[in-house]
Design a protein around this ligand. Structure first.
Ligand code: MN
Length: 214
């Protein structure tokens, strides 16, 4: 029997890399796409067994992508699971109405990720949408705090990108006068910066203002 193929549509390098590693280790074949158009192309060409769909993507988002896949007779039977840092009841409902069968929340839980994906392959479950609750005063304060923090996260991305570019530059230069120790040091900074970018991106997704239309 051939291995099931999972298509991962995700623009965050860090999340994509972890998801691919964990799924391949669990014996799945994976396909990767960083934007919706590439993802839809792969879905049509390869007809994967499952699609993990990041909901916040550049140009077209995951909701739109899922609607496109569900409207196309060629791809409508492929189960789509929302892969998102937004897993509040409202988000689950939106994902469900776009055509997702479930939600896997970010950050990725390394120990259970592959197993959760497998459960959607075998037994597609409907999205659980718990009861909607009105915001209390505490939550309203928090959302104000979140907005500030979201702006900070956004502002930090520029400098982090600069640091990574500099690391890339050092690493790719063939200068003989850079010692192996310093090269390793730069690789460590690059790794740490990549992790920070991943965390910020996940955080930005959780604090992204939602459209009132749902
Ligand atoms: Mn994203």
């Amino acid at each position: 029997m051939s291995q099931p193929t999972i298509l991962i549509i995700e623009d965050n390098d860090y999340n994509l890399q972890i998801a691919v590693e964990l799924l391949e280790r669990a014996g799945y074949r994976t396909l990767e796409a960083k934007d919706v158009d590439t993802g839809i192309l792969f879905a049509r060409q390869s007809h994967p067994d499952l699609i993990l769909m990041d909901m916040y993507l550049p140009i077209k988002d995951g909701y739109e992508a899922t609607r496109i896949l569900k409207a196309d007779p060629q791809t409508r039977d492929i189960p789509v699971v929302a892969f998102t840092a937004l897993a509040m009841p409202e988000d689950c409902r939106r994902a469900q109405s776009a055509g997702c069968i479930g939600v896997i929340s970010k950050p990725i839980v390394v120990d259970t990720f592959a197993q959760t994906v497998e459960s959607y392959l075998n037994h597609p479950l409907p999205v659980q949408a718990p009861q909607q609750q009105a915001l209390g005063p505490q939550e309203i304060e928090n959302s104000d705090f979140q907005r500030q923090f979201s702006r900070l996260s956004h502002d930090l991305q520029g400098p982090l990108r600069k640091i990574r570019q500099f690391c890339d530059f050092i690493q790719s230069s063939g200068e003989a006068d850079i010692s192996p120790e310093n090269r390793q040091f730069v690789a460590g900074i690059e790794r740490a910066t990549r992790q920070m970018q991943g965390s910020l991106e996940s955080f930005l997704e959780t604090t992204k203002p939602r459209s009132p239309s749902g």
